[in-house]
Design a protein around this ligand. Structure first.
Ligand code: ZN
Length: 162
């Protein structure tokens, strides 16, 4: 990777760290989780609010309170930019794309169309110790979303038949 690209990626991460998007814990929400990255000391409390819109589950809001290193905090900011307002299916696809990038040990070419500012973490993927920092809030989001899905949308109809 070129030095120029590395510098650009660092700038994107620092920008999100200094000016985090969608920061703070908000109501309403269906699920709240607290995840910790003991390796680095990063912590995130994250809430997910799902809503039904024309038969589709939409990620209505993701709010969070993050403490820790710049990578973990910037990653939470980028996550919210990428998933809020998206249909859940699409948001999960973005999640998978980010996971693939971060687990690629620096060999995966990031797709800017899908990951937007998330491409900046391509540089981080080369450092196994920092991958956990970058993935902390993403894992928390997946966890919270799974919990929110079981409390919100699921099969009250089927249940009533029993
Ligand atoms: Zn960290």
């Amino acid at each position: 990777m070129s030095t120029e690209l590395d510098a650009l990626y660092q700038e994107i991460i620092l920008d999100h760290y200094k000016n985090p998007h969608h920061q703070g814990l908000r109501d309403p929400f269906e699920a709240e989780v607290h995840h910790v990255n003991p390796t680095c000391g990063d912590e995130v409390t994250l809430r997910v609010h799902l809503a039904e819109s024309e038969g589709t589950t939409v990620v209505e809001d993701v709010s969070y309170d993050a403490v820790g290193c710049s990578i973990s905090q910037a990653s939470a900011s980028v996550l919210t930019d990428l998933v809020i307002g998206k249909p859940l299916d699409e948001a999960l696809a973005v999640h998978q794309e980010f996971l693939t990038l971060m687990q690629g040990k620096g060999t995966v070419e990031p797709d800017e169309e899908v990951l937007e500012d998330g491409i900046a973490f391509a540089g981080v993927a080369k450092f196994p110790a920092r991958v956990k920092c970058a993935l902390l809030s993403w894992m928390a989001w997946k966890d919270a979303t799974a919990r929110a899905g079981t409390t919100a949308g699921t099969p009250t109809e089927e249940a009533t038949h029993g």
